[in-house]
Design a protein around this ligand. Structure first.
Ligand code: NDP
Length: 308
């Protein structure tokens, strides 16, 4: 006869049940760890608690109280700092000896500030943004890029492995966020440059189907050309999985990291500029791949498959 696995001694708090946070938290709820969730919009955390094995906290402080590992997954470091602060903020509840893991794609300078702030309360900090998208989160196949003490990362590795497949130690606090932002700067450049390439080819009479198929067998291919364009642009579907507003933020962080490092990174700066204008034009709820619409409009083409 088998017995159900015992819930282990580690208690996890997870804050931020957004597009990617929700599937991450779902895996934690199904893990042997004890889970408490908090979300700004309380209906979402209540619905989560009703469906999965998790306690629901009313405030960030309540979520952190008694937790060994506190995980945040919020839009940016601005929201992380605001959730830390105040009468019912995380800082009030965080307990000595706990580890605070920020899975937000945040800002390295803010992370260094947060690490200092929580250290005064005997709490360790890791910036640990993720990549792999909502589908990677659903399959528990995220890449986690951690900045901070390597020994602290080893302590929380069993927790991160619940939703992450590749857990990388990047360096000191802030380096996880630096790596994540630069990766997304590349993503932004790939989306925009592939749109320009296909628009140019459409204008000279090469269909997007033929252009993409050929580029994907040639040296100009990327994840954007191999996956995002065939699944989302050529189909005209543009599902909303990762908001353009968030890629705008990441591109800006990447350009700032390069600037502070004294690197003449003109393309990262351009990505930040282009995605800021796309965000302005398309608004808060548009998906990141919809930036392609700006290139289409300017070129007077629509990059759809003949099959559509
Ligand atoms: P969403 O916009 O879907 O969700 C954001 C979450 O943050 C929600 O739970 C929201 O609460 C909460 N939130 C927003 N503002 C505040 C605030 N002022 N105070 C407290 N909570 C707040 O974002 P994602 O889940 O897509 O992204 C989360 C992080 O993960 C971002 O840093 C993003 O860049 C990164 N990321 C996202 C990926 C993706 O594919 N979506 C891929 C890789 C990284 P509420 O429900 O109340 O709105």
């Amino acid at each position: 006869m088998t017995t159900a696995p015992a819930r282990t001694e580690l208690r996890i708090a997870f804050l931020g049940l957004g597009a990617i946070g929700t599937p991450m938290a779902r895996h934690l709820a199904a893990s042997p760890f004890e889970l408490t969730v908090w979300n700004r919009t309380a209906e979402k955390s209540r619905a989560f608690g009703a469906e999965f094995a998790a306690r629901v906290a009313d405030t960030p402080a309540e979520a952190a109280r008694g937790a060994d590992v506190v995980i945040t997954c919020l839009p940016s470091s601005v929201e992380v700092e605001s959730v830390l602060a105040g009468e019912h903020g995380l800082l009030v509840g965080l307990e000595r000896g706990a580890v605070f893991v920020d899975c937000t794609s945040g800002d390295p300078a803010a992370s260094r500030r947060i690490a200092e702030q929580v250290k005064k309360r005997g709490v360790e900090f890791l910036d640990a943004p993720v990549s792999g998208g909502v589908s990677g989160a659903e399959q528990a196949r995220l890449t986690v890029m951690a900045g901070g003490d390597a020994a602290v990362l080893e302590r929380v590795r069993p927790v991160l492995t619940v939703f992450g497949e590749k857990i990388v130690h990047c360096g000191v606090v802030g380096t996880g966020h630096a790596l994540k932002s630069v990766n997304n700067g590349l993503l932004a450049l790939h989306i925009w440059s592939t749109a320009e390439a296909l628009a140019t080819l459409a204008r000279v009479g090469v269909s997007p189907d033929v252009a993409l198929d050929t580029i994907n067998a040639s040296s100009g291919r990327s994840n954007a050309s191999m996956n995002l364009f065939p699944e989302r642009v050529l189909t005209g579907r543009f599902p909303r999985t990762f908001r353009l507003a968030l890629l705008d933020k990441d591109s800006r962080i990447a350009a700032g990291v390069a600037r502070e490092a004294g690197v003449d990174a003109r393309l990262l700066a351009l990505a930040a500029e282009l995605f800021a204008s796309a965000h302005d034009e398309l608004g808060e709820e548009a998906d990141h791949v919809e930036a392609v619409r700006l290139v289409e409009r300017a070129a007077g083409v629509e990059l759809r498959s003949a099959a559509q």
